[in-house]
Design a protein around this ligand. Sequence first.
Ligand SMILES: NC(=O)c1ccc[n+]([C@@H]2O[C@H](COP(=O)([O-])OP(=O)(O)OC[C@H]3O[C@@H](n4cnc5c(N)ncnc54)[C@H](OP(=O)(O)O)[C@@H]3O)[C@@H](O)[C@H]2O)c1
Length: 308
Amino acid sequence: MKLSRRHFLQGLAAVSTALAIGHGHTASISKRHTRIIPSSNVQIPAIGMGSWLVFAIEPENEAELATREVVIREFLTQGGGMIDSSPMYGVAQDVIGRCLRRIDDHTGLFSATKVWTHGNRQGLLQMEDSRLLWGLPRFDLMQVHNLMDWETHLPNLYDMKDEGEVGYVGVTTSHGRRHEELIDIMRSQPLDFVQFTYNLLDREAEEYLLPMAADRGIAVIINRPFQRGGLFNKFSRYRLPKWAADIDCENWAQFFLKFVISHPAVTCAIPATSRVDHLQQNMGAAYGRLPDTAMRKEMVKYVQGLRV
Ligand SMILES: NC(=O)c1ccc[n+]([C@@H]2O[C@H](COP(=O)([O-])OP(=O)(O)OC[C@H]3O[C@@H](n4cnc5c(N)ncnc54)[C@H](OP(=O)(O)O)[C@@H]3O)[C@@H](O)[C@H]2O)c1
């Protein structure tokens, strides 16, 4: 029997229906790159943060937890928005929640997680479990992870959105998996967000997914913008081209991320890191000049010309 969400959620604290996106902490943050979510016209920062593996620590270990707290704190201070997680990422949501509880000012946080299970009841229980782990009144975005049992979960997510229990609804996939099914879902479902892989070495999404998202007015989250770190392994021993300075790239992380967020259909990239120095590099991509179409072609040509 289908569990009624109303019954399931009975007794929970009232949730805010406001789509509260922060406007930054300092004057300079107002200059960061933001993108509009087509379904709401709300702006979010173009650089977010992932949480797969990098938050796989022992949550009770104070030293390890403190390092991740610094990463999240710095992310928010530098004007970051979306933090993306999933019940699939082990203790990541627990770690995020513990860190957020230690940070007084969450202004600007755009909380995004996923449902990753089969079945109606299991899905509802899992989403509530995630909410409690993060310690938030509601998620800004709830996504169906890797399209798992999406036929069951999406109707619940639309109901939750209607009742202000989540801000937006999306689905995810990664590294080229199930793109045909994803395209069908993007065609037939009223999604706010879609998430898939795109980076300098994996540009398959340019063919169908990115144009279709733009066409359908679906916001796009890019996962694996560093190819799980593979781009650094391949290219970081090389110097950046001189002209990288023309798009305000001081390091490879910014070169990789500016390529991603300069695609006109991309809303937000979610690089993951366990290190505050890497986070600072990544957040640098949220500022300064971005490549135009011709420069984007040069970026592809440049990395293709390097011996890997
Ligand atoms: N199907 C899905 O829904 C799905 C699938 C895949 C990913 N995702 C989401 O997308 C997020 C991003 O993808 P990902 O984590 O697979 O890969 P990624 O962000 O492309 O790469 C992460 C790796 O890059 C390294 N890194 C980050 N910043 C760096 C820097 N400035 N310099 C050098 N190394 C750096 C990190 O190591 P350090 O810790 O050493 O910085 C980490 O090993 C995930 O965390 C997850 O939230 C979702």
